[in-house]
Design a protein around this ligand. Structure first.
Ligand SMILES: C[S@@+](CC[C@H](N)C(=O)[O-])C[C@H]1O[C@@H](n2cnc3c(N)ncnc32)[C@H](O)[C@@H]1O
Length: 237
C-alpha cells in the first residue's frame, strides 16, 4: 500500500506502480482550475492521476487497455471514497463514445422513469425516452481536459510490458492518441500528456503546430538517461 497525495493506493503485479513520470505529470496538473470540468484520463494504471483529478473536477472518466489496471483503479477509488470517477477498459478512445452513450441512456431512462412512469400510457415511454436522449447536450459527450501518461519506451524485448512499451521508436501509442484526442475535446479543452526525450517529444510539439494547436512544455525533469516533459496543448479559439 502506497500513501500518495493523501490517498492509499494499491497496485498488483501487472499494474503500473506510480513513478517519476506519474509524479511529474501530477505536479503539472496541480495548478489547474477544474471546477465543473469533465476530465478523461487515458491509461489510468493504478488510477492515482484520476483520483487526484477527481478531487478538483466535476467528473473523471478513466480508461486503460489492461483489465487488471481497470479493476485496481476501481478498487483504489472505492478504498478512497472517490465517487465522481469511473473506470472502464478501452484501447485509447475506442470505447469512450460507447461508455458515454451508455451513461447518457441510463441517466435519461432513469430520469424519465422517475418522473413519468406513473403518469404515462405504456406506448409513449419509448418515444419520449428517444426524444430526451437526442436533446442531450453534445458538449457533455466531450472533455475539458484529456490526460495521458503513455507507454513510450522504444521497442526492445526487455520492455515487453504494456505499461511501458511504446512500440517502434516509442511513438506508436502516442501517435494514435494524437490522431484521436482532438475529436474528444471541448472547444476550450486542453490535452496534457507526458513524454520523454526517448520518444522524441519534439515530434509531438510539431504535430500540434501542424494541426493548429498551441503547444508547449509546462514541466520538465532530467535524468541521466532521459528528460521527461509534460506537454500542454489546446486549440486557440
Ligand atoms: C506509464 S503507465 C501510466 C499509468 C498511470 N497513469 C500513471 O501515470 O501512473 C501507461 C498506462 O497506459 C496503459 N495503456 C497502454 N496502452 C494503452 C492503450 N492502447 N489504451 C489504453 N491504455 C493503454 C497501460 O496499461 C498503463 O496502465
Amino acid at each position: 500500500m502506497l500513501g500518495l497525495y493523501g490517498f492509499q493506493i494499491q497496485t498488483s503485479g501487472n499494474v503500473y506502480e506510480p513513478a517519476e513520470d506519474t509524479f511529474l505529470l501530477i505536479s503539472a496538473l496541480q495548478n489547474l482550475n477544474l471546477e465543473g470540468k469533465n476530465v478523461l484520463e487515458i491509461g489510468t494504471g493504478s488510477g492515482i492521476i484520476a483520483l487526484v483529478l477527481a478531487k478538483k473536477a466535476k467528473h473523471v472518466l478513466a480508461v486503460d487497455i489492461n483489465p487488471e489496471a481497470v479493476k485496481c483503479a476501481k478498487e483504489n477509488a472505492e478504498q478512497n471514497k472517490i465517487k465522481n470517477a469511473e473506470f472502464h477498459k478501452s484501447d485509447l478512445f475506442a470505447n469512450v463514445k460507447g461508455i458515454l452513450r451508455n451513461r447518457e441512456s441510463v441517466r435519461y431512462t432513469l430520469g424519465f422513469f422517475n418522473r413519468r412512469l406513473k403518469s404515462l400510457p405504456q406506448g409513449m415511454i419509448s418515444r419520449q425516452a428517444g426524444k430526451s436522449s437526442k436533446a442531450s447536450n453534445a458538449s457533455e459527450r466531450k472533455f475539458d481536459l484529456i490526460v495521458f501518461n503513455p507507454p513510450y519506451l522504444p521497442d526492445e524485448p526487455i520492455y515487453k510490458n504494456i505499461a511501458l512499451d511504446g512500440g517502434k521508436d516509442g511513438r506508436q501509442i502516442i501517435e494514435r492518441f494524437l490522431k484521436d484526442a482532438p475529436k474528444f475535446l471541448n472547444p476550450h479543452g486542453k490535452i496534457i500528456l507526458l513524454e520523454s526525450s526517448l520518444s522524441r517529444y519534439e515530434k509531438t510539439l510539431l504535430h500540434f503546430k501542424k494541426i493548429g494547436f498551441s503547444a508547449k512544455a509546462i514541466a520538465r525533469q532530467k535524468f541521466d538517461w532521459e528528460e521527461l516533459v509534460v506537454i500542454e496543448a489546446f486549440k486557440p479559439v
